[in-house]
Design a protein around this ligand. Structure first.
Ligand SMILES: [Cu+2]
Length: 176
């Protein structure tokens, strides 16, 4: 039983480390949400403003009575063919996890909506290895700074996040 407990603890620590590479939620279309856009290029414009990584989540915010979200092939996306989607999400807000790197294609299956621009194509990159790249149990090496001025380490900086994750892991380890 002891080994099982240790395994569980180690698993918890690993999960804590992995969660350090934080996922980002993106609300598709920003505050405008998911609808027939005023401009046909609205969603490609929106997509070009973001760098999606594996593990991120798309949030589709829409009027469920007249819209939905379907993930489709590139061919169906190009042709606005809504006849053979992989999945259709019809309840807003709809969360779509971008689990792996690659290209993703979405459209609204309501008649005429896709051809009026309610379609989204995004490219998702591999998630960076992030904090997990440093050996567990060791602090990240101090960044080389010249002079006596210490580099400002804000909470949002990669170093700050790595430290936070490390402390969380140690804390978790103590609990086990
Ligand atoms: Cu629609």
């Amino acid at each position: 039983m002891a080994s099982a407990k240790i395994t569980a603890c180690m698993l918890a620590v690993v999960v804590t480390f992995l969660s350090g590479a934080e996922a980002t939620n993106y609300t598709v279309g920003g505050s405008g949400g998911w609808k027939i856009p005023s401009s046909a290029s609205a969603y490609s414009d929106w997509a070009s403003q973001h760098a999606f990584e594996a593990g991120d989540v798309l949030v589709f915010d829409f009027d469920s009575s007249t819209n939905n979200v379907a993930d489709v092939t590139k061919e169906d996306y190009d042709a606005c063919n809504a006849d053979s989607p992989f999945t259709v999400l019809s309840t807003s807000p709809a969360y779509y996890s971008l689990d792996t790197a690659g290209d993703y294609y979405f459209l609204c299956t309501a008649t005429g909506h896709c051809s009026q621009g309610q379609k989204l194509a995004i490219a998702v990159a591999e998630a960076p290895s992030g904090p997990t790249s440093s050996p567990p149990g060791s602090l990240p090496p101090p960044s080389p700074t010249t002079g006596a001025t210490a580099s400002p380490t804000s909470v949002g900086s990669p170093l700050g996040v790595a430290r936070l994750v490390l402390f969380m892991s140690i804390f978790l380890g103590l609990l086990c």
